[in-house]
Design a protein around this ligand. Sequence first.
Ligand code: 16G
Ligand code: MG
Length: 551
Amino acid sequence: MSNLPIENIRSFSDAHPKPSALHFQYGTAGFRTLGSTLDSVIFRVGILAGLRSKRLDGRTIGVMVTASHNPEEDNGVKLVDPRGEMLEASWEAHATVVANAPTTDALLEALDALVKTAKIDLSKPARVVYARDTRPSGPALISALEDGFKALGVEARDGGVTTTPILHYLVKAINTKGTKESYGEDSEDGYYTKLSGAFKKLIAGKTKPDPLIIDCANGVGASAAAKLATYLGDSLPLILENTDITTPGVLNHACGADYVKTQQKLPPSLIDRLQPGQRACSLDGDADRLMYYYLDERGQFHMLDGDKIAALVAAFIVELVKLAGLESDVKVGVVQTAYANGASTKYLAERLPVKCVPTGVKHLHHAAEHYDIGVYFEANGHGTVLFSQQTQETFAKYEPSTPAQSTALNHLINLTQLINQTVGDALSDMLLVEVVLTHKSYAGAEWNSLYADLPNRLVKVVVSDRNTFKTEDAERRLVSPPGLQAKINELVLRYEGGRSFVRPSGTEDVVRVYAEAALKSQADELAFRVAGLVYDEAGGDPSKRPSEFLP
Ligand code: 16G
Ligand code: MG
């Protein structure tokens, strides 16, 4: 067994000192905070990624530098495991320990301890592929990351400036190259060719879709969507908006998927652009979330969020499985979180099995793997569809007995190619939605009428310590602070169609309160009353007490 290159790591690490006052945590979305504070963290992630690769016998690990939908001054980093999935949970704790070692000596000790506990064979190769989004702090952080690679001796491949889902795709494509599970050509060209090729097959012979407006959040999705458009040709006309990736301050500002979901309104920049009845969608800053919407004839805004996407897509897939004659061999299921609109859960549960899991992509992804075809979407627009290996083999072997079965089977096979199965992917999901709308001849209004959303409201509460909030039952019930859940239950009973839950955020120092009810005013009132209870139980700054609608 070889040793860590101590002196080499030491000299690089001295150039990337940890800011003494800060504590970093590898959370739901990796490390994420102000970009200007992340130099040491990203450097150390470079080393960590190399060690993770050595631990996995030299398989390629991904590193993505992004802060997604967060404001432009934030940045972050997350690691991607060899099959294109989120980093294994036990390594999140290792990452936190390594990031917080106060000095170079402490870092070396932490690395040494990690090598021992994780039983890492240092003689194995270390391979990493990395990329970043368009944030101004990106280039400097990438050079810190590259120092981490040099410190350990990592064979690193630069994926350039690209979307998070493309980086996940690259990781899986590299690691499956030449195997029977080959995921595609390991290049951006391979990605666009795979998606656009499947899309064209899926809509062949159908009425060509009308132009679709894409709000690119002034982020990396702008360049990715522009490239995708060239591969799609006239099979799907795209109109790109919010494509400014050079002006400081505009990334995710008053645009993008998170803006649309949280404000429940049109990005102001689209007000004169979107015609009544026309479809539009918003990506987030790293293009892994998608929100659709349209204006009706009266100019009223209607949002088609992750729940509506799940309903549209799951129903379509169930129908194809039936048409193909595979109903008894292939079971389709859906995974949601507590944030899923109650009306969507009702709609879906009447048609197929639905499971609720805690917030965060890794929870949804793992639960979806238990189905033959697992559809998962968070209400915020992050989601995808997973086809198990066995299901894909069933498709390959199955002999349809009628032309109709054969057509449905081909559609299913093409869907396995169209959908980015590594992680939620706004561009791949957008093509998927367009396929279903085309097949069904649906405009936004028909899609929206699958079910009517229950009015809902999300509120944040600043408390002194969010760690005192603990939940169970997929975050739907509080177990701590003791007694608070009983008070919430009592309140909820007073509202028709009322539902509310409270959970500590995994990405911000706040507690989130969600409420829904039959009427908008009631949902608002319930949310603020529950927020008031939370505040009284675990109060912080009196100026931040949620006051709206409170007596
Ligand atoms: C992160 C998660 C997302 C989740 C959100 C919740 C990943 C890749 N992303 O963005 O799935 O919905 O956090 O944020 O896991 P919260 O804990 O602050 O409510
Ligand atoms: Mg994102």
